[in-house]
Design a protein around this ligand. Structure first.
Ligand code: T1G
Length: 701
């Protein structure tokens, strides 16, 4: 008989098979065993004339149990592809009743059913590629047979689920049902049995494949079209190969091809990294001293101080989430400029067809502007996004403390300044927190939420909940210079500068990091962000900078030439008017060579591997220090920050996961060597030394 994970009820000749495995009805061993038993029972039972498959709770199924991957297969438990073949082969009609989500293996179960009904809120799709995998239970063979090759390629290679309406439009679901979908499915199943209609098995459908057989170039064109977004990833290409196999091979052979490619991917480093990323992004919201039931305040109204690049983007996040926002500036001109940028950003989204004109106007209507702090009195959360100057920040927080209602949370978007010092300018340090957004703030998914010494658990709970509501991934970190992301970036950037003094050139260093998988190397990235931002901070730190520590003056010298990067048409590179393509500039190369000469440094040939190690190992080493100091709760939190804030390639799982794949001992020994050779800044972190000596890894912490 079926088990607790799968229950069966009978409704007048229809067996309703319900997957019940909270929290997401994952298709783990128990569910697969339960489904097999239920199918065999229904096949044997003559009183059963048709079947309905559905899920208990808030969804149909979130797919295969990801935690099972990489584990030895439990004995005598059916593989999902076989189970779905068995389901599809049923002589009795099988109807899927879908609600919530049907993802991955969950969608593949539905594809094995003969008819699919879905509720309007359903989201259905095959996100396996986001885990470095491919739909391994027939999805790459059945989906193109049902929706055609172009739609199947979009669904499988993007991994993005579609709405019920879209699914109906492409033929993925047969009907969108208002009300009780199980009831509707039971009625449909019974009607099919009554009619004795021929059963429509997806694996037998050929007409949608025939379309593609006439245009084989479709696959070459698709591979070309995805080259930029799939750069470095293995799974997207395997997905295309499998859909191509569906067109060129009989179903059974295509299924075998899919299985073989799936097996390759499931044991790959890339998939391990992307599965790590999946769980790491869910782990970030678990904070030991802020339990799940800590009350979070309701955020019904927000405010933003400063309508510059960051302030404007932050305001857009609130209205995109349906939260009205009041934007404060010191002058009308600044407000007008800021609002014009916001409108331009929305207009760009409308022009790409990703937002309607009406929706744009609705969102803009939710933004109120003011020159008066008094108008921020009723805000539940205020985010300050003014210039990176401590005196100015404290002045603003003093004013907010006076103007805002006592329960209001005051947050700062500083990317580097001391949140505790900012909080000291208020009478409510328990309600002060850092909310470090990443540029462009309305696009980048990361929020580095910075808890001060006196930030209360309720304030943390409110901001972490708000992060999710704004469609962001909130990662909680402690106070230190540059917090987690920028502090590690400094360690990486510093060595990149030193490599230039020793013999490398900007485009060489950038190519190595680009090939590693970063969206761009350190020098092209600095030109994009603007060199003046960092220059001002360094000038502010000049007086306190430890004289004995090595410091590269190249970047300062470039700024003194008035070269601030893309915004001035020249920085580390030069740029043609209107172009963002970095062009190596002999003037900069001459400057670098002359600075080496000034230092009496004999320039030497530096290889790609040395560049990679010299930049990435100190970054990991700084991460180890951050963990040791408790500034980050988990190594995986650091990975989430780097993957969502700095474009660290997901197929490497983040710097700390990557470090474990390289080997902590390898990195420790290399850091020891680098420190012996170059000294400053390269002392191996105590944690790195400890893990290396114990033979353990960051993932074991
Ligand atoms: N396997 C194992 N655990 C899962 C899981 C899964 N598929 N999905 C979610 N969880 C855990 C998650 O870690 C969290 O745990 C809890 O469930 C709630 O999740 C053969 C190869 C379904 C939309 O990629 O997208 O099928 O932190 O916080 O926001 O072709 O979870 O509480 O301990 O995310 O409501 C393909 C993955 C698998 C979908 C629900 N499926 N899941 O979102 O809750 S591969 C996916 C999601 C596959 C076949 C292949 C979302 C969700 P904890 P949550 P949520």
């Amino acid at each position: 008989m079926p088990n607790d994970a799968v229950t069966v009820s009978h409704r007048d000749g229809v067996a309703v098979i319900t997957m019940d495995n909270p929290p997401v009805n994952g298709l783990g061993a128990a569910v697969r065993n339960g489904l097999r038993a239920a199918l065999e029972e229904a096949a044997r039972d003559d009183t059963v004339r048709a079947l309905v498959v559905t899920g208990a709770g808030r969804m149909f199924s979130g797919g295969a149990d990801i935690r099972e991957f990489g584990q030895p297969p439990p004995p005598d438990v059916p593989w999902l592809p076989e189970l779905i073949n068995q389901l599809e082969a049923s002589e009795k009609p099988v109807v899927a009743a879908i609600h919530g989500v049907a993802l991955g293996g969950g969608c593949e179960v539905a594809l094995g059913c003969h008819v699919r009904l879905a509720t309007p809120d359903t989201r259905i799709g095959l996100p396996e590629v986001t885990l470095g995998l491919l739909p391994g239970a027939g999805g790459t063979q059945r989906m193109p047979r049902l929706v055609g090759v172009p739609a199947a390629l979009d669904l499988i290679v993007s991994g993005t689920p579609v709405s019920a309406a879209k699914a109906a439009a492409i033929g993925l679901v047969d009907e969108v049902v208002e009300g009780d979908v199980v009831e509707a499915a039971v009625a449909r199943a019974r009607a099919l049995a009554d009619e004795g209609a021929p059963i429509r098995r997806t694996s037998a459908l050929e007409d949608r494949l025939a379309e593609a057989r006439g245009t084989p170039e479709i696959f070459a064109e698709f591979r070309q079209s995805m080259a930029r977004r799939a750069r470095g990833f293995e799974a997207p290409y395997a997905c295309v190969d499998c859909v191509e196999a569906a067109v060129s091979q009989p179903f059974a052979d295509g299924l075998a091809f899919e299985r073989a490619r799936f097996q390759e991917l499931v044991t790959s480093d890339q998939s391990k990294a992307q599965r790590h990323a999946f769980f790491a992004e869910r782990e970030v919201s678990k904070i030991p001293d802020v339990p799940k039931d800590t009350p979070a305040a309701t955020v019904a109204a927000a405010a933003v101080v400063g309508c510059g690049t960051m302030g404007g983007g932050i305001a857009m996040n609130f209205v995109n989430a349906g939260i009205p926002v009041t934007v404060f500036e010191v002058s009308q001109a600044a407000l007008d400029t800021g609002m014009a940028v916001i409108r331009k950003n929305y207009a760009a989204t409308v022009s790409k067809g990703r937002l309607t004109e009406t929706a744009m106007e609705e969102r803009l209507a939710r933004i109120t502007t003011t020159l008066d702090y008094g108008d921020l009195a009723e805000a539940d959360v205020v985010i300050e996004a003014v210039f990176e100057d401590m005196a100015l920040k404290k002045e603003v927080f003093g004013a907010l403390d006076a103007a805002c209602k006592p329960p209001a949370i005051l947050a700062t978007n500083t990317s580097t300044l001391d949140v505790n010092e900012i909080a000291s300018a208020t009478s409510r340090p328990d309600k002060v927190i850092g909310t470090h957004f990443f540029s462009p703030a309305n696009v980048m998914r990361l929020m580095e939420n910075v808890r001060g010494d006196r930030t209360s658990p309720e304030t943390i709970a409110t901001i972490m909940t708000l992060s999710k509501r704004l469609g962001k991934i909130g990662v909680l970190v402690g106070v230190c210079d540059g917090f987690v992301g920028n502090r590690m970036l400094y360690a990486y950037r510093r060595q990149a500068d030193f490599l230039l003094e020793e013999g490398a050139l900007p485009h060489h260093v950038d190519r190595v990091l680009y090939d590693f998988g970063l969206p761009m190397g350190p020098f092209a990235m600095a030109d994009l962000a603007g060199l003046d931002v960092g220059w001002r901070i360094r000038q502010g730190q000049a007086a306190t900078r430890p004289k004995h520590l090595r410091y590269s003056t190249i970047a300062d010298r470039i700024c003194e030439m008035g070269r601030f990067g893309q915004k001035t048409g020249a920085g580390w590179y030069r740029y043609e008017a209107g172009s963002r393509t970095p062009i190596p500039d002999p003037a900069i190369e001459e400057l670098i060579v002359s600075i080496s000469r000034e230092h009496g440094t004999t320039r030497r040939k530096i290889g790609d591997q040395e560049i990679l190690e010299r930049c990435m190992y100190p970054l990991v080493n700084e991460g180890a220090k951050i963990l040791d100091e408790g500034i980050a709760l988990r190594a995986s939190d650091i990975d989430v920050i780097w993957m969502n804030g700095y474009g660290f390639p997901r197929y490497r799982g983040g710097p700390m996961f990557w470090a474990d794949q390289v080997g902590v001992t390898t990195i420790h020994d290399a850091m020891r060597r680098l420190h012996d050779e170059h000294g400053d800044w390269l002392e191996p972190a105590p944690l790195l030394a400890r893990l290396a000596s114990e033979g353990t890894a960051f993932g074991d912490l």
